[in-house]
Design a protein around this ligand. Structure first.
Ligand SMILES: NC(=O)c1ccc[n+]([C@@H]2O[C@H](COP(=O)([O-])OP(=O)(O)OC[C@H]3O[C@@H](n4cnc5c(N)ncnc54)[C@H](O)[C@@H]3O)[C@@H](O)[C@H]2O)c1
Length: 414
């Protein structure tokens, strides 16, 4: 089915971005929120984005006006009409989403696909609110949706193959990269990224390196941004919520560093609160090339965190692998569960996190046997956060050196 008409539920940060991306592809969009002022705010954000594209000469004023007119705002479900797809980007609360999907199922024609942009809720549970679970799926856009190229496409238990195919084709038509991810907590990108972020905090607690050194070594290794700068940018409270959720779902591999709790309790939330691991003084922004000042309270916060839980000690000084290996290991756990194909892991991490090289390619450069040996050594020093995935052991025992050999197909499990 070719998507010509769409509706987006929720005109916040994600909903307005998704509506804009759809309108740019020439798709007619109805954008719904609960209050006129929220719809207006969403529409004016989209207008501002279009204006800035005109300013940058990426579009003419006429083109921008024509594309912007593809979007109509509303507060009423009745105005949605008969879309080919609805993408829901309302609040991240299961009751809100169940209510919305129940209503959409009632008012939309039988051919309409229903997608949710949930970050972490169960797609299958959301689908259970409808009588068309075969036509419900997750479409996880990244923030900002206008520019981030990746969309994780997540079928629920009952989603039909054609539904997934239509969503994958739509994502390509929007000029983005779709990756098919089976439903699991955190889907792929967040599941793989958060062991890396969390491990940077455990390393910080050991005090062998400060935040600037940790970030610099990791950037040198090939990450677009250090984990501590990323915490500050995303919001430490939001990250704490995600790590706690993943810990609940997956257990000890995701044991949250107590530093997260301490930072949130003391109101050091990152850029939005003026300080996190670094100081963010809007009145005195750091000039390009200058080092970001480290939060002067950090030593005290680390002492406090170290009283809450034993952080263990690595035998070696801080090296980028300390945080990269848990990320790689988690990707291999996802492979062994059949959540994703090996060939899609690199695409997801490159386009979802901006890795300069794919994660599996980085590990292949190092050699799988080396990665396993280093993980086992960290496992001995620091425990369960580093328990290697059995698939990695299996591949090393089979003599597979990297993921770029023909044997790669052996781990393309779905
Ligand atoms: N912000 C991110 O980085 C990000 C990234 C990926 C996915 N998500 C997910 O996208 C969804 C939206 O996130 P956001 O950051 O845009 O939130 P947001 O708070 O900016 O916007 C949510 C909007 O939904 C509206 N809304 C609430 N109930 C509604 C209803 N019944 N009908 C219509 N609109 C309703 C709210 O009024 C608000 O305008 C969430 O599920 C979130 O987890 C967010």
């Amino acid at each position: 089915m070719k998507i010509e008409k769409a509706a987006v539920i929720g005109a916040g940060a994600m909903g307005s971005g998704i509506a804009q991306v759809l309108s740019q592809a020439g798709i007619q969009v109805v954008l719904k929120d609960v209050k006129d002022e929220f719809v207006e705010r969403g529409l004016s954000n989209i207008k501002r984005m279009y204006d800035s594209r005109v300013k940058r000469e990426a579009l003419t004023a006429d083109e921008a006006e024509r594309l912007f007119k593809n979007i109509k705002g509303t507060t009423s479900f009745e105005d949605i009409g008969s879309p080919d797809i609805v993408i829901e980007a309302a609040l991240e609360e299961i009751e809100v989403k169940l209510e919305i999907f129940k209503e959409l199922d009632k008012i939309c024609p039988s051919h309409t696909l229903l997608a949710t942009n949930t970050s972490a809720l169960s797609v299958s549970e959301i689908a259970s609110a409808t009588k068309r679970a075969d036509k419900v799926l997750g479409m996880h856009f990244f923030n900002p949706a206008q520019t981030m190229p990746l969309v994780e496409v997540i079928p629920g238990v009952e989603t039909a193959k054609e539904t997934v195919e239509t969503a994958m084709a739509l994502v390509k038509e929007l000029g983005k990269e779709p990756v098919h991810v089976e439903e699991c907590p955190g889907f792929l990108v967040n599941r793989v990224l958060f062991p890396y972020m969390n491990e940077a905090l455990w390393a910080l607690q050991e005090k062998k390196a400060g935040p600037a050194e940790i970030d610099a070594k990791v950037v040198e290794f090939g990450m677009p941004m250090g984990p501590l700068a990323l915490f500050d940018m995303t919001g430490i409270d939001i990250c704490a919520h995600v790590v706690n959720f993943l810990y609940e779902e997956y257990g000890p591999r995701f044991e949250p560093s107590p530093l997260l709790k301490v930072m949130v309790e003391e109101g050091f939330l990152g850029q939005k609160s003026g300080a996190g691991f670094f100081v963010h003084d809007k009145a005195n922004p750091v000039k390009k090339g200058e080092a970001k000042p480290v939060n002067p309270e950090l030593d005290r916060l680390i002492e406090k965190a170290n009283k809450l839980a034993e952080c263990g000690k690595a035998q070696r000084d801080f090296e980028a692998e300390r945080v990269i290996l848990p990320m790689f290991n988690e990707a291999v756990y996802a492979l062994q569960e059949g959540v994703v194909k090996a060939c899609d892991v690199d695409v997801a991490m490159k386009y979802g996190c901006g890795l300069k090289r794919g994660l599996l390619s980085l590990a292949s450069d190092k050699g799988l046997a080396d990665c396993l040996a280093q993980l086992e050594s960290y496992h001995g020093d620091l425990g369960e956060r580093f328990r290697p995935a059995w698939l990695m052991k299996k591949l090393v025992r089979a003599g597979v050196k990297d993921f770029s050999t023909s044997k790669k197909e052996a781990v393309c499990v779905n």
